[in-house]
Design a protein around this ligand. Structure first.
Ligand code: GBH
Length: 507
């Protein structure tokens, strides 16, 4: 396509938030940059009790307390990808993506939770999926743990039981043995913050334990050690043979001061949330952020505890965890404003993580028209820049980024979101950030945890009233396809472009 390149490039830098105006420019992604899509097993597979799979914590939660899910739904059938995976791969080919990220359901391959019994039907499913993807040159990126703990392990304390380190490592070993010859990208664990803070310190995720200010810190330490154990195992026993990369995926919202008086509150929010996990792995200290250690120790003492509720690492553990990731997997969605004033002191239950952090939070935009994600591209830029500066520019894979809407194929808000965030990411890349891959969440609509099917993140819409869970490309699918195909972001994008999608030659 021929295009006149009008060159208007103004960079403003207000308050550290760059405001880049490009008009009708075409911005190129670096040579070899990878584009992909993502899903997870519980959110898409269905077949919850088929062919030998046993119960996990999301089966348990949705079946025993359906009223906890906004629309009382569950993942029993979900997108039925267990049966329809070939259609999913067809969609990846339509989009022309280089890779697809999916997760393995622990109880589908290990029905007893342990490696004493391997479920061949489950193994066959993942082999078929992987082989079919590879047949079309689509690289599998596999997440070992995307929140589906076997219910049996939950009964024994789940992530609060230090034995989880071995339970997880055994599961990882089985997966490396079974699929490592073909899978070169391994995500150990998806989002420690959501698992521990939302699941153990709150009621937002299974198992909704909600032992505030205590359980999330126990969970976090065990989780980081479990991750590092799987990492070192791969490093020692599989890397020379299989030559893959193993990394953890952390979620990071960006916290921005509500006004100039609140820089401290914003900095502490970033330290307490995502830096909690990045610091032990990617900083030279190999430990939790100092502010976090100090504040929680002081609070604990004040509250009458005999020791800090934040369980500290021993010097051996620090060495073990430090550097235990070949890259940083990063999930990013949005930005939140923070402030600190007198009212915050009595805002939260004590003890709790939020009380330990001690800031108030507010959203950046009015979420008019529904949807749970605020569209704040400059927050993504600030996050990427901060990580580059604080952690010595680690290689980054963006393992999730996306926007939710209600049903409908014309999803201009999602298109605007993706284009804005990709442009912000390019700003960071041009300033030196080592970002190597980008993953759109999600390939298709799926079970959005406690929001059920009410929030849709898909490039493809899924019709939950049809027995074959018909998948139809949204406008955003077409736009993403063009970005992947050209390896560029066209700042002259014409919003009326909306063409039927099909598989290009060679895909
Ligand atoms: C990820 O969770 C999960 O890995 C994935 O399974 C999930 O479907 C996806 O995100 C979408 O939610 O809080 O302002 O950032 C990350 C937690 C919580 C991120 C809700 C998006 C909404 C807006 N998600 N959040 S905000």
């Amino acid at each position: 396509m021929l295009r006149v390149l009008i060159f208007i490039f103004i960079v403003n830098n207000i308050n550290g938030q760059p405001d880049h105006h490009y008009e009708c420019d075409v911005r190129a992604f670096p040579e070899g940059f990878l584009f992909g899509t993502a899903t997870s097993s519980y959110q898409t597979e269905g077949a919850w009790n088929k062919s030998g799979k046993t119960e996990n914590i999301w089966d348990h939660l949705t079946h025993t307390q359906p009223y906890e899910i906004l629309d009382h739904s569950n993942g029993d059938v979900a997108d039925d990808s267990y049966h329809l995976y070939k259609r999913d791969i067809e969609m990846m080919r339509e989009l022309g993506v280089h890779f697809h990220r999916f997760s393995i359901s622990w109880t589908r391959i290990l029905p007893t939770s342990f490696p004493d019994e391997i479920n061949q039907d489950g193994v066959d499913y993942y082999n078929n999926l992987i082989n079919e993807m590879l047949k079309y040159g689509i690289e599998p990126m596999v997440t070992l743990y995307h929140w589906e703990l076997p219910q049996k392990l939950q009964l024994m304390g789940g992530w609060t039981n230090p034995n989880i380190i071995n339970w997880f490592a055994d599961f990882a070993r089985v997966a490396f043995e079974l699929f490592g010859d073909r899978v070169k990208y391994w995500v150990t664990i998806n989002e420690p913050y959501q698992i521990c803070n939302e699941g153990y310190g709150d009621r937002n995720m299974a198992p909704m334990l909600n032992v505030k200010g205590v359980a999330e810190y126990i969970c976090t330490k065990n989780l980081l050690l479990a991750h590092a154990t799987a990492y070192h195992m791969y490093d020692r026993e599989y890397r020379s043979k299989y030559k893959g990369v193993v990394f953890i995926t952390c979620s990071a919202s960006w916290y921005e001061p509500e006004s100039q008086d609140h820089y401290g509150a914003a900095w502490e929010s970033n330290q307490f949330t995502w830096a909690q996990h990045l610091h032990p792995i990617f900083s030279h200290t190999g430990d939790y952020p100092r502010i976090m250690k100090e504040k929680i120790a002081a609070k604990s003492k004040e509250q009458g505890f005999f020791r800090s509720r934040l369980i500290e690492f021993t010097p051996e553990e620090i060495k073990f965890v430090k550097g235990s990731s070949d890259a940083l997997g990063l999930n990013h969605y949005s930005t939140t404003l923070v402030y600190k004033n007198e009212s915050v002191k009595h805002m939260y239950e004590s003890p709790s993580f939020m009380d330990d952090l001690g800031v108030g939070m507010a959203s950046v935009n009015d979420r008019q028209g529904g949807g749970m994600v605020d569209d704040v591209p400059w927050g993504f830029y600030n996050l990427l820049t901060t990580i580059r500066e604080e952690y010595g520019n680690p290689p980054i894979y963006i393992t999730e980024n996306g926007f939710s809407t209600k049903a409908g194929l014309v999803d201009d808000d999602r298109v605007t979101y993706y284009r804005g965030y990709l442009s912000a990411m390019l700003d960071a890349i041009e300033e030196g950030s080592d970002i190597q891959a980008y993953t759109a969440w999600s390939l298709m609509d799926n079970f959005e945890w406690k929001m059920g099917y009410t929030e849709r993140f898909g490039l493809y819409e899924v019709d939950y009233n049809s027995s074959d869970r018909t998948r139809t490309a949204r406008k955003s699918a077409y736009v993403y396809k063009e970005i992947v195909r050209t390896g560029t972001l066209d700042m002259c994008y014409a919003p009326d472009l909306f063409m039927p999608i099909s598989i290009d030659e060679g895909h």
